[in-house]
Design a protein around this ligand. Structure first.
Ligand code: PAF
Length: 296
């Protein structure tokens, strides 16, 4: 496996690969089974697989966990190699956001002047709690797509809104990339795998399974005929509130394509939850095809 630190190295690999298909998995590292599953999918569906490992400062607000974000390059390198990744791109901040290009402004430092904003999808759910997050994600993903030139790119369903937003950006900007979404990988007790799970104390870890339990109860209620979105959202909220260490951020029931609120459930519906357990802010979701609706 090649470890590339510079954009020039990735471009030269891409040129050498020529017409062979390239799958791409963008990550922030600290790999778990969820990441490895994305890499395996890419390996199965492409002749070459490129993984990026970059904790992108542009998508963290100043009060968020950028400095604390878990990192273990050697472990990640050997896991990626074990899965058969061809190239691991692990740039530093100066490579991704060259200091010479950073705007010189009196009020606060910005990493670059150009920002990609996917309007609408960036301001609901996660975007309401993290208003600048998706501009940072869209900007770095577009940069990475330009660097890697993949045929296919792989995103996890746990970050459903991120995947939807990337798909929208790809469509709006006519990028020749097929965005594929891979089901969430879970621990045996249902907790969605996340690099941020390492922040959990044993007590918080035990209670964090409530996110998946709440989603399963909501899916069961819908299967039993519930069609009132407010009632399903209430069930999500009440189930999460039953664990004393959970601090709910949101529990919403929205249209799975537009992320807009739905009074009555119909078609493809997204159940999305976010809550804090101590230092960890965790998200999870389920997509349900409601019988009788257009996506059913
Ligand atoms: O999902 C992530 O790990 C990040 O948001 C991504 C897509 C690698 C962009 O930094």
């Amino acid at each position: 496996m090649i470890v590339a630190r510079t954009i020039a190295e990735v471009r030269s690999f891409r040129r050498e690969v020529g017409a062979a298909s390239v799958g791409f998995v963008p990550t922030m590292g600290y790999f778990h089974e969820g990441h490895l599953e994305l890499m395996r999918r890419s390996r199965a569906e492409n002749e070459r697989t490129v993984v990026s490992l970059y904790v992108n400062p542009l998508q963290f607000a100043p009060h968020e966990d950028l400095a604390a974000y878990p990192r273990d390059f050697e472990r990640d390198r050997s896991l990626a190699e074990g899965v058969g990744v061809d190239l691991l791109f692990a740039p530093d901040d100066d490579e991704m956001y060259p200091p010479a290009l950073r705007p010189k402004e009196a009020a606060g430092e910005r990493l670059q002047a150009t920002v990609v904003r996917v309007e609408g999808l960036n301001s609901v759910l996660e975007g309401r709690s993290r208003p600048t997050h998706f501009d940072g994600v869209a900007t770095v993903v577009l940069k990475l797509f330009h660097i890697v030139s993949p045929d296919r790119a792989y995103f996890g369903q746990k970050d459903y809104q991120q995947a939807l937003l990337v798909r929208r950006m790809v469509a709006d900007l006519d990028l020749p990339v097929d965005v594929r979404v891979v089901p969430t990988v879970r621990e045996p007790d249902g907790l969605a795998m996340s690099s941020r799970n390492v922040y959990l104390t044993p007590e918080e870890r035990a209670q964090a399974t409530v996110l998946h339990r709440a989603l399963r109860s909501a899916v069961a209620a819908i299967a039993a005929g519930e069609r009132d979105a407010a009632a399903v959202a209430r069930l999500l909220r009440e189930t999460i509130a039953s664990e004393p260490l959970a601090r709910l951020d949101y529990a919403e029931v929205v249209d799975a394509e537009t992320l807009s609120p739905l009074p009555r459930l119909a078609g493809r519906v997204l159940l999305a939850v976010a809550a804090r357990f101590g230092r960890a802010r965790l998200i999870d979701n389920e997509v349900v095809a409601v019988p009788g609706g257009p996506g059913a």
